[in-house]
Design a protein around this ligand. Structure first.
Ligand SMILES: [Zn+2]
Ligand SMILES: [Zn+2]
Length: 512
């Protein structure tokens, strides 16, 4: 296949007209395990980032963790103790294991480890740190001052009437710690200046009342956050975002990108980022992946069963606007497909730590099941040598063998699993005369040193000699060695067996 134009390169051309330097933003609310559905956003951003770098464009990749977002509910994976924390910012809630700085970090740390393996290296911002440092104070003061105009924009674009006490800023209650139960009752912009750019980041206080009964006055800085639609628009200007991928849920007519666009232009005087709208990843047979429905596979789990560059490839090869059907039982095809690929998606997926594999993954899956003692590297080496793989990169094979074992243990369909039977299986008793004569002919025709391909061709010849269909001949081989009617590619499978064992079993089954 030739190197066709990849979506990330097309994007590159589209954005060069916008500016010379680009900041690509991505971010996820760390309210639970970050799964491969979420990974699509980060990888889409990273592919765009790499394509820009390849084109010689000055680009930066940033990741904003929405640590000030509240815990929405006690998720099924949390203990009941968390009910007292519902409504508090994730950065202010204790972590489930007790070892992390807070709840958000508990889910961010393994995510960042996976990102490192995938060679995605964004500059990371945490929302609570941005707000505590005062970076959002000018934008917050502007939002408070222009509250009516923002409310009018949201009402006009999203066709929903906002409550009369609506505020663009949510205060964290000093008494109960919740950010979802407060109402802003007034504010003082301190020196009365226009918030845009001219505030030092210290001015301004907000009066609030909380459902818990408390009411008070707090400085804007570090005591709350802008409401989602305003926060998103404000951060574009504050962080200089020019490109941002986001899920199709934000891209609906009247959705948060539409309101963000107008708020960014009309309130903050900043052109909104170039949008990359992406579709969901569907888990085969389960539907769209989502933390709240529990239909997820974590990124770390996927990295147990496939190399990082293949996980990158799974996502990068598909245009963002197309949904991805992900079927873990077919990872074997995905890996073989990646190894054979010679396209731009593969180029954008390869990591620096990548080691090309000299052995097809499908064959490794067969070889580790043929090896009588799979934990003995010499044994596996012997199986691979017999099937024609003498020289290969040990480190690469070791990594892939680990992937193959984990895949066999967790996701492989029964059709991919087999066990070479030490004794002639009982099922051999049901072989037809034609099948038996084919097996005996094979035993007489196999020469020392024959390759898997040669044994494959020989199997067709055996079917011809025995006057049975090729599929019936293959079935006979599987029954003779595995005790079932299907199995791996027969020629390569036979080549990887010990030659004496191979011949004596063919004869034993043929004489049954
Ligand atoms: Zn923890
Ligand atoms: Zn309260």
């Amino acid at each position: 296949m030739g190197k066709s134009r990849h979506w990330a390169d097309v994007l590159c051309e589209n954005v060069t007209a916008i500016g010379r330097k680009h900041t690509i933003a991505t971010g996820i609310t760390p309210s639970g395990e970050i799964h491969i559905g979420n990974l699509r956003e980060v990888l889409t951003a990273d592919a765009a980032y790499r394509a820009l770098c390849d084109a010689g464009i000055d680009a930066e990749l940033i990741y904003i963790a929405d640590t000030l977002d509240p815990l929405r509910k006690v998720y099924p994976f949390l203990s009941d103790d968390y009910s007292e924390h519902v409504g508090k910012p994730l950065s202010a809630i204790p972590c489930p294991c007790g070892d992390c700085a807070n709840y958000a970090e508990h889910y961010l740390l393994p995510f960042f480890e996976s990102l490192a393996e995938l060679e995605i290296c964004p500059k990371v911002y945490r929302a609570h740190e941005l707000y505590e440092s005062g970076d959002f104070v000018p934008a917050t003061l502007t939002a408070l001052r222009k509250r009516d105009r923002i409310a009018a924009i949201i009402a006009a674009v999203s066709h929903r009437e906002l409550p009369t006490d609506w505020s663009p800023f949510n205060v964290i209650c000093e008494a109960c710690g919740r950010i979802t139960t407060t109402t802003v009752t007034g504010f003082d912009l301190a020196d009365g200046t226009d918030g845009v750019g001219r505030m030092s980041g210290t001015g301004g206080t907000v009066d609030y009342a909380c459902e818990c009964g408390y009411s008070g006055t707090v400085p804007v800085k570090g005591h709350g956050k802008l409401t989602w639609r305003v926060d998103w628009a404000a951060r574009w200007g504050i962080l200089g975002v020019t490109i941002e991928p986001f899920g199709k849920d934000h891209a609906t007519r009247g959705g948060s990108y539409d309101t963000g666009t107008r708020i960014s232009k009309e309130i903050y005087g900043y052109a909104p980022p170039y949008p990359i709208i992406y579709e969901w990843i569907h888990l085969k047979g389960k539907g769209a992946m989502s933390s709240s429905t529990g239909v997820t596979i974590t990124i770390a789990e996927m990295l147990r069963v496939m190399p990082p560059e293949v996980l990158r490839y799974l996502i990068i090869r598909t245009k963002p606007e197309k949904h991805i059907d992900f079927d873990p039982s077919r990872i074997i095809d995905l890996i073989d497909g990646f190894d054979r690929a010679n396209d731009r998606a593969r180029e954008l997926s390869v990591t620096k730590a990548f080691l090309p594999s000299d052995i097809p993954f499908t064959h490794l899956v067969t070889a580790i099941q043929v090896a009588s003692d799979p934990d003995d590297p010499d044994n596996l080496r012997e199986v691979l040598r017999r099937s024609g793989y003498d020289a290969y990169d040990e480190e690469s094979v070791t990594r892939r063998v680990a992937n193959a074992r984990n895949w066999l243990a967790s996701y492989a369909p029964d059709s991919a699993r087999f066990e070479v039977q030490e004794e002639l299986p009982d099922a051999a008793g049901s072989l037809s005369d034609g099948q038996k004569s084919g097996l005996l002919w094979l035993a007489s025709a196999i020469d020392a040193g024959m390759t898997g391909q040669e044994m494959h061709d020989l199997t067709y010849e055996a079917a011809g000699v025995a006057e049975i269909p090729a599929s019936t001949m293959f079935q006979a081989i599987y029954i003779a060695f595995l005790g079932k009617a299907s199995g791996p590619r027969a020629g390569y499978f036979m080549a990887s067996l010990d030659r004496d064992f191979l011949l004596s079993r063919l004869r034993a089954a043929g004489c049954e």
